[in-house]
Design a protein around this ligand. Structure first.
Ligand code: SF4
Ligand code: SF4
Length: 314
């Protein structure tokens, strides 16, 4: 039986072979008290807006072993989604993460492959995999596992690679060799805070979802807040501004995942085409895409809002 260090290295080698861009491993257990206080304060301030699911499952959210009994290790994984081909800048903009097929499906398929391959040499392996689908503090675990650090925009930054990464986790019932946090931070940089058009980063590391264009154009099922509309400009679905401002994203290289490639039909979505987009066309273009989250009506709502926003400016 290989030792923990050899097994951990083998897991990382397999993750790289499958196509993950980063893999780190940490011990499971309670999240630290600073993170708990941060989360509690964030909820007390109602910065989760209407995402009330964030208020649920406190115990599980703060301890993966309560989410999946017997969890001893968290294997944190990341896949790059930075696109090589981008929308024309005059078109209503989608956040880069939404260009291709739904990342949940891609991440889960890759994580399942990794899990199955680990099980070949550890037959008693048990565990579960998650990608943005459970009460799990993904960025906390990724930082603890040393694959990056949490930036002032609250996103995980991978040094010399940037922040355009999907995150996923395997919660496993075995002990492994653990990585250390990187021990680096944003330092004096405040570019994300200064660049946010709605001042949604209310203090370093704290994002008020109520003010965030990503929340307003994706998660918000009601009307877009009137105070946010003037700042939308041509951001139709999501917002990448605080990532584009981050100096670490100068290092971003295009992904190599076929499923994340935008289709020609998607890239041709001008304001005029979006205005005349039928439900059938919407279903065809966004089949298997995360944009389905906003639904056809949501996209049309956003289109009206950005038209209003641009009209106010011009
Ligand atoms: S996603 Fe956009 S609106 Fe939200 S915090 Fe970042 S820059 Fe601000
Ligand atoms: S822009 Fe600067 S402050 Fe913001 S996340 Fe990047 S390095 Fe940190």
């Amino acid at each position: 039986m290989p030792d923990k260090r050899e097994i951990s290295q083998k897991i990382k080698d397999l993750a790289a072979e499958i196509g993950f861009d980063a893999c780190g491993i940490c011990s499971a257990g309670e999240v630290d008290s600073a993170t708990k206080s941060y989360l509690k304060k964030w909820l007390d301030e109602s910065y989760q807006a209407d995402m009330h699911y964030m208020e649920n499952h406190w115990e599980k959210r703060c301890n993966p072993a309560k989410l999946v009994e017997g969890t001893k290790s968290v294997v944190c994984l990341a896949i790059n989604y930075y696109p090589a081909r981008k929308q024309p800048s005059e078109h209503p903009q989608f956040a880069y993460y939404a260009y291709g097929k739904d990342y949940h499906d891609v991440m889960k398929a890759n994580m399942q492959e990794l899990f199955d391959k680990i099980k070949v040499f550890i037959p008693n392996l048990e565990g579960r995999m998650f990608c943005d689908t459970a009460p799990l503090l993904e960025r906390y675990w990724a930082a603890k596992a040393g694959i990056g650090f949490i930036g002032k925009n609250s996103l995980l930054i991978i040094p010399h690679k940037g922040s355009y990464f999907f995150l996923g986790e395997l919660l496993l019932n075995i002990e492994l060799a653990y990585d250390e946090p990187l021990g680096i931070s944003c330092g004096n940089c405040n570019r994300c805070i200064e660049s946010c058009p709605t001042q949604a980063i209310v203090s370093p590391y704290v994002v008020d979802s109520n003010k965030c264009i990503s929340y307003q154009t994706i998660e918000n099922k009601g009307s877009i807040s009137r105070s946010i509309i003037p700042n939308l400009q041509n951001r139709l679905y999501g917002c990448d501004i605080c990532q584009q401002a981050c100096p670490w994203n100068r290092f971003a290289l295009p992904h190599t995942v076929a499923e994340f490639e935008p289709s020609d039909a998607f890239l041709s979505l001008s304001t005029e085409k979006l205005e005349s987009l039928s439900v059938e066309e919407y279903r065809t273009i966004f089949k298997g895409s995360a944009v389905k989250r906003a639904k056809y009506e949501g996209l049309k709502r956003n289109l009206e809002a950005i038209k209003q926003s641009l009209k106010n400016v011009n």
